[in-house]
Ligand binder design. Structure first.
Ligand code: IPE
Ligand code: IPE
Ligand code: MG
Ligand code: MG
Ligand code: MG
Length: 298
């Protein structure tokens, strides 16, 4: 594990992700120009890139260097960017602001935003399935993980539950189920795919990564719920107070702010316990990211 300070590790990997995304996204000089421009708008500049960083950190935990991790990191960020474009559309959360800028459908129009999401999703799978890769079994396993995490048994399914539960109050197990799908699934996949990309060998390591990924995936959305209630629009770069406005069921409505914060803290402890007991040294970055996820201000 590198000796870099966490903040330096984060910024160097964020820069790497920006360059890779820039390289893999079609140029806005290629037709259809407006679609490619909008795809770049929705993806470049502004995301925290936590999912990509989780893939890199999981690869460090797994222990072997592998260039395929770059592709995993890009693929999960493309799926995530697509999910945000659709999440903001008027038929979903109807949000005009994303990453401090007009949402994709505001900057362009709704039909373009719809196609941006479709095309970003396809691009993620295109990148992962290039036939030039040497280890095709690994590639297949990784692609399979991303497909499940994105679809009706993952993110898209969670979004459906989210929309249907607006105006209702879910109990804790229903809410956990919703969060584990809409946000947890892709975060979990980012960790596992990073591990798989770097040839995770011992099943105890994969088990630990999976445990960590489950807890931190839920912790991520619990924290997002807290921030929606507590932070301001300027800091968040997206409209604050949206959940209350749209009568969403969240950990804040279920538990109140203080207990929601305690819940995030408990999930953090559970997450890091899973990996630290297996390898205290190699789990360093994953622990730091878990801390960031639950302590972040936006
Ligand atoms: C926001 O995700 C959407 C959720 C799944 C809660 P992030 O907070 O990771 O958004 P960016 O990528 O940094 O903008
Ligand atoms: C988003 O949940 C989950 C996604 C799959 C995008 P939210 O609707 O709470 O995300 P934000 O708060 O708009 O980023
Ligand atoms: Mg939403
Ligand atoms: Mg939203
Ligand atoms: Mg939110």
């Amino acid at each position: 594990v590198s000796a870099l300070k966490f903040s330096e590790w984060v910024s160097s990997h964020q820069t790497r992700v920006e360059h890779l995304l820039d390289e893999y996204l079609p140029s806005n000089k290629i037709a259809p120009l407006s679609l490619h421009e909008a795809m770049r708008y929705a993806t470049l500049n502004g995301g925290k890139r936590i999912r990509a960083l989780l893939a890199f950190a999981a690869a460090e935990f797994a222990g072997q260097e592998s260039r395929f991790v770059d592709k995993v990191a890009i693929a999960v960020e493309l799926i995530h960017a697509y999910s945000l474009v659709h999440d903001d559309m008027p038929c979903m959360d109807d949000d005009d602001l994303r990453r401090g800028k007009p949402s994709c459908h505001k900057k362009y129009d709704e039909s373009t935003a719809l196609l941006v999401g479709d095309a970003l999703q396809s691009l993620a799978f295109e990148i992962l399935t290039n036939a030039q890769e040497p280890a095709q079994k690994k590639q297949l396993e990784i692609t399979h993980q991303l497909a499940i995490a994105s679809g009706s048994r993952g993110m898209a399914g969670g979004q459906q539950i989210d929309l249907e539960s607006s105006g209702k109050s879910l109990n804790e197990s229903e809410l956990e189920m919703m969060h584990m799908h809409k946000t947890g699934a892709l975060i979990r996949a980012s960790v596992i795919m990073g591990g798989l990309a770097s040839g995770i060998e011992h099943s105890s390591h994969l088990k630990a990564l999976t445990g960590y990924a489950n807890f931190i995936g839920l912790a991520f959305q619990v924290t997002d719920d807290i921030l929606d209630a507590e932070a301001d629009t300027q800091t968040l770069g997206k409209t604050a107070g949206k959940d209350a406005l749209q009568q969403k069921s969240t950990y804040v409505t279920l538990l109140g702010l203080n207990r929601a914060k305690q819940k995030a803290k408990d999930l953090y402890e559970q997450a890091i316990h899973e990996i630290q007991q297996v390898d205290a040294n190699r789990s360093k970055r994953l622990v730091e990211i878990a801390d960031w996820i639950t302590q972040r201000g936006f």
